[in-house]
Ligand binder design. Structure first.
Ligand code: IPD
Ligand code: CA
Ligand code: CA
Ligand code: CA
Length: 263
């Protein structure tokens, strides 16, 4: 079976459970004061892992809810069962399953599925990016920051890692006056997909984990966009800050972030 059909079937099966949870009362536990997790995060991940292990027996599965430590194996599948748990808990329909397959530290396939809005983003290396089977491309218009709608996100580590939070505030201060506007929609995987389909011209965020970005990175690249670290160097999954754009504003966004370096 082609990989697209395999991943689509797995994402849709897990998506049914996700959707049931979205509309049901939930048990919310706290990983920290503001970092939420529900029984559906755990159950969706279990289902995804069972199906992915059957379909891709050679790959190591690295999932947000079940991997005690983050590893970067040669053949890896990074799983975020619910990216945007805060939205999921509050009934905001911007949340998704993210499945990213990486080999030799390079992305080979990515699937991001939002069962609430029925949006399935998919990319395979060298084969382009699609939304519900239709090709998508990055924003061709925005060629400067004042023309660019930018997405970002905020880390859960507000107090303990003061450095990250200070960086968020510093970059906001230096960025906001020079962009069309900034959005914080609450799902990094979808922020990347919305950059790939041209809704956002760019996205940046600090302190993301491999399961947040492993699928979305390839979807941006295959839609004609660019992905790098905050200093413009090639992004690796261990990196703290990611920058993804339509390509045209990449240097300008990197330069702007350079005005407020992370400590
Ligand atoms: C979070 C979302 C959010 C981002 C956070 C992530 P989660 O993932 O992607 O947009 O700002 O940094 O941790 O916890 O909802 O899977
Ligand atoms: Ca996530
Ligand atoms: Ca998650
Ligand atoms: Ca989480």
């Amino acid at each position: 079976m082609p990989r697209y059909d395999q991943l689509k079937a797995i994402a849709q099966e897990a998506g049914s459970l996700f959707l049931k949870g979205y509309h049901a009362p939930k048990e919310v536990r706290y990983k920290s004061d503001i970092d939420l997790v529900t029984q559906y995060d755990v159950a969706v991940e279990e289902l995804l892992k069972a199906r992915l292990a059957e379909a891709f027996p050679d790959h190591t599965l690295v999932g947000e809810e079940s991997s005690a430590t983050i590893t970067y194996p040669e053949k890896a599948i990074y799983i975020d069962p619910i990216d945007g748990t805060t939205n999921f808990v509050h009934g905001i329909p911007f949340c998704a399953i993210s499945i990213g397959i990486w080999e030799d530290q390079q992305p080979v396939a990515g699937c991001v599925y939002n069962p609430v809005l029925e949006e399935l983003f998919y990319a395979e290396k060298g084969k382009g990016a699609t939304l519900n089977g239709e090709p998508i491309r990055v924003d061709a218009e925005a060629d400067s920051l004042p023309r660019a709608l930018i997405a970002t996100g905020f880390p859960y580590t507000k107090i303990e890692q003061g450095g990250d939070y200070e960086w968020v505030l510093r970059t906001m201060r230096s960025m906001l006056p020079f962009t069309r506007d900034i959005r914080r929609l609450g799902s990094a995987a979808l922020d990347l997909c919305y950059t790939a389909k041209g809704t956002f011209a760019g996205f940046y965020e600090i302190n993301l984990k491999p399961w947040d970005v492993a699928a979305g990175i390839l979807i941006v690249l295959e839609a004609g966009g660019a992905v790098s670290r905050e200093d413009g160097e090639p992004y690796t999954l261990e990196r703290r800050i990611i920058v993804a754009t339509n390509g045209k504003i990449h240097d300008a966004l990197v330069a702007k972030l350079g005005e407020a370096p992370a400590t």
